[in-house]
Each structure stands twice: as C-alpha cells, then as structure tokens.
Design a protein around this ligand. Structure first.
Ligand code: S3P
Length: 437
C-alpha cells in the first residue's frame, strides 16, 4: 500500500551521489507499440516499468502480440505483422501517450477496439487525435461524452492526409504517422514548431522510410503507406523528464552535487537544461555517447545561485512536461521566472498551470496565473503545507523536490501516481540523502 500522502523534509545533510534515471517514457511506449505492429522479434532493454508503460504492454498483448518480461527492464515483443481486434477493453490507465499512439496504430487495421482510461485520462481531449484519424477514414463512436474516453474505434481502409499541426504535439503527429503506415498514399505532417521526433527515428529503426524536410520554421514529415515494419532491438535511454527531479533537488539544496547517468540528450527534450543554464545553474554533461539511436550523457547538477529568466515561448515543446519542476526551482531563484505560451499544460494529466500556482502559493511563494502561462517570484519558500496533486505524478514530484530546501516540510496528497513514470522515486531520492517519506 502506498501512503495517501508523502512528506519531503528540508534536507539536513549533503545531497550527493550518482543515480540512473528510469527509462524514457516516450521511447518505452513506442518500443512496445512498434514491436506489436512489426513482424518478428523486438528485444527491449531499459524499458520503463512504470504503470503507464505496463498498461501499453497489456494493450500490445490484447492486440495480438506476444509480450514477455525477460528481466529488469528487459522485454521481448513478438509481433504478428499487424494488430487484431482485442477481446477486452483497452484500458490505458493514466497514459495520454499510450492511448493516443495506440489509437493511431490500431486505426490502420481492419479491427474494432474500445479504449478507456482512469479518471484523469477520461478528462483529456481526444478529438485532437480522432479528428485527423477520421479524415483518414477511421470511425469513432463516443461511448460517454464527445471528445472524451471511453470510445470505440473501427479501423481499416485509410487514405493518406496532408495535416498541418496547430499544436506542437508529438502525440498527434505520432498517431497520424502510425496510422499512415497502413493508409493508401503518402501522408504529410507539417509542424511549424518541432515536437519530439522519437516516432520518426524509431520507425526508421524498424525499417520504415520517413522523409523529413526542414522548413524555415519547423519541418515537414512524409511517410508512404503500405510499409511493413520488422522487429528491431531497442535500447531505451534514461528519461530526461525524470532525471529533472534529482537534478533540480541538487540545484536548490546547499552543498548538493548529483549525477544522473545515461540521460537522453535529444535536443527536442532538453529545453529545461538550457533554461536552467540561463538561470545560472551549474549543470555539466560528461561521457556523451550514443545509445539506441540517441545521444546520451551523464548529467551533473550542483547547488547554484539561480536567477529568474523569461523562458522563450518557442522552447515550450522541448520541455512541456518540465515546467512544473522548473517552477519549483524558480521559487528559489532571485527575481521572476516568466513561463508563457504553455496553454498545453492545462490538458496534461491535470491542469498543471493551476495546480502549480496553487501548490506554490500554499507553500508561501508568490505566483501570478495567466490564461496560457504563469510567473513565479523567487525568494523565500516557507513550506509547512500540504499540497493537492490531483493524482498527477509530476505535480507530486515537483512539490516534494520543493520541500527539500523549504523552511519547513512540504507534504503532497495522492502521491501514488508517481509510479506511472518514476517507480522507485522515493527510494532514489532518499539514497541521495533526501528525507522523503
Ligand atoms: C509525449 C508527448 C508530449 C508529452 C507527453 C509524452 C510523447 O505530449 O507531454 O508526456 O511521448 O509523444 P504532446 O505531444 O501531446 O504535447
């Protein structure tokens, strides 16, 4: 049983050590989904064994793949060269990436599938994915409310589309590209703002041709239908979005120095590191190497005197999941940190702008809320409060890190969702010298 509340106490001793971040969540979902669509064996190393990914593994099995856990983070998927009608409802739990990518993958096959999720996922918009998939020829029936799960998909008979992205979302792009593999004709996705490109890179590793043309702003991705995937080995690197939490703790706790090994350094994922450096963070990267088609490195953060910055709006897509932890570190910076153009935060696992604004205020930090952003005034962090997390893993972890350098302890409610992306978070932080429990 996980406690219904966790408390982070101001760290008394030094916070030091070397740790490994859990496997990247984005690549973990994709490795299972591509493995299920492909013909043959996909062996995965370093898979994130968080609840979101376990839900995708169960979905891959339900769609007809043979999925086996071989050991710690080591999984084997044997795909049948396509997905089949599942016998049960596909329950994606808390995972927006899982459900949206699976809907795209499944849409290309002649099958019927019902998708559902937990209370949080049932509140998130689905039309952003079902609308372009409907344009391609997929049929969707809403089983409760329009634009929300649960829904039933009838796939097959797709035609290519030419899609212009209006939000920088890798989930939308990926759903379209996965469907496009089994559509007639060439699908084009134009992104005025680049979003993470794991689907494009991994599709190539599974034998597909994906053409990417740079544009003056963003890029255009083309994929011809009728391409079969072949199983391939996948080495999943450490998740920069998870590495952010122990690194953030090191930046704000006096005397701290923490290294996270094997962190993925894809520039479409490292906007937070750029922002921290602009704030004056002592953040260094060593031992840069390649793994699984990505650059990885060992990232060290040391306690730093931070200064508030204006985060460029153009950087939002490369750190969209990291604004909550940026806000926690901004509370310790001198001056204001301005985060704008981040309306997408409101449709994540929770309304993350509202939750961070309320949580930081509860801990005595001055924050201004805007429709599509927020501004944190750094300075004293009193703590001594209990924060509502709306069952959102990143809201919980961000406030626990905040509590490590506050004047008094910070507690978070409903922390069980931390296991969706960062199983073992509490043990890892305590291993570095933190007091979370
Ligand atoms: C993800 C894309 C992002 C991110 C999510 C993972 C992915 O969502 O917030 O945690 O793996 O493609 P959007 O693409 O919808 O912004």
């Amino acid at each position: 049983m996980v406690a219904a509340r966790l408390t982070a106490r101001p760290t008394s001793g030094p916070l030091t050590g070397r740790v490994r971040a859990p496997g990247d969540k984005s690549m973990s979902h994709r490795s299972l989904i591509l493995g299920a669509m492909a013909t043959g064996v996909t062996e995965i190393e370093g898979l994130l064994e968080g609840d979101d990914i376990l839900a995708t593994a169960r979905a891959a099995t339900a769609f007809g793949a043979d999925v086996t856990r071989l050991g710690d983070g080591r999984w084997r998927v044997i795909g049948q060269g396509g997905l089949k009608t599942p016998l049960q409802v596909i329950d994606c739990g808390n995972a927006g990436t899982g459900v949206r990518l699976l809907m795209g993958a499944a849409a290309g096959y002649d099958l019927r599938a019902t998708f559902d999720g937990d209370q949080s996922l049932r509140k998130r918009p689905m039309k952003r994915v079902t609308a372009p998939l409907t344009d391609m020829g997929a049929r969707f029936a809403w089983l409760a409310d329009e634009d929300r799960l649960p829904l039933t998909l009838s796939g097959g008979g797709l035609k290519a589309i030419d899609h212009l992205q209006t939000v920088a979302s890798a989930q939308i792009k990926s759903a379209i590209l996965l469907a496009a593999l089994n559509a007639e004709g060439e699908t084009i996705v134009t992104e005025p703002e680049k979003s993470r490109d794991h689907t494009e890179r991994m599709l190539r590793a599974f034998g597909a041709e994906v053409d990417v043309q740079p544009l003056a702003e963003g890029w255009r991705i083309r994929l011809k239908g009728g391409q079969a995937l072949t199983g391939a080995p996948v080495a999943v690197p450490g998740d920069p979005s998870s590495a952010a939490f122990p690194l953030a703790a090191a930046l704000i706790v006096p005397g701290a120095s923490v290294t996270v090994e094997g962190v993925m350094l894809n520039p479409l994922r490292t906007g937070l590191f750029d922002t921290w450096r602009e704030m004056g963070a002592d953040l260094t990267v060593a031992n840069v190497r390649e793994s699984g088609g990505e650059q990885i490195g060992d990232v060290t953060a040391r306690h730093s005197a931070l200064t508030g910055v204006v985060v460029p709006e153009s950087r939002a897509a490369s750190m969209i999941d990291e604004y909550p932890i940026l806000a926690a570190t901004a509370a310790y910076a001198e001056g204001a940190t301005v985060m704008r153009g981040v309306g997408e935060m409101r449709v994540k696992e929770s309304d993350r702008i509202s939750l961070m604004v309320n949580g930081l205020r509860t801990c005595g930090v001055a924050v201004e809320e805007e429709a599509e952003g927020f501004i944190v005034q750094g300075g004293r962090v009193k703590g001594g409060a209990t924060v509502v997390t709306a069952h959102d893993h990143r809201i919980a972890m961000s406030h626990l890190v905040l509590g490590l350098a506050a004047e008094q302890a910070v507690s978070v409610l409903d922390p069980e969702m931390i296991a969706t992306s960062f199983p073992g978070f509490v043990e890892l932080m305590n291993g570095l010298g933190a007091e979370v429990g």
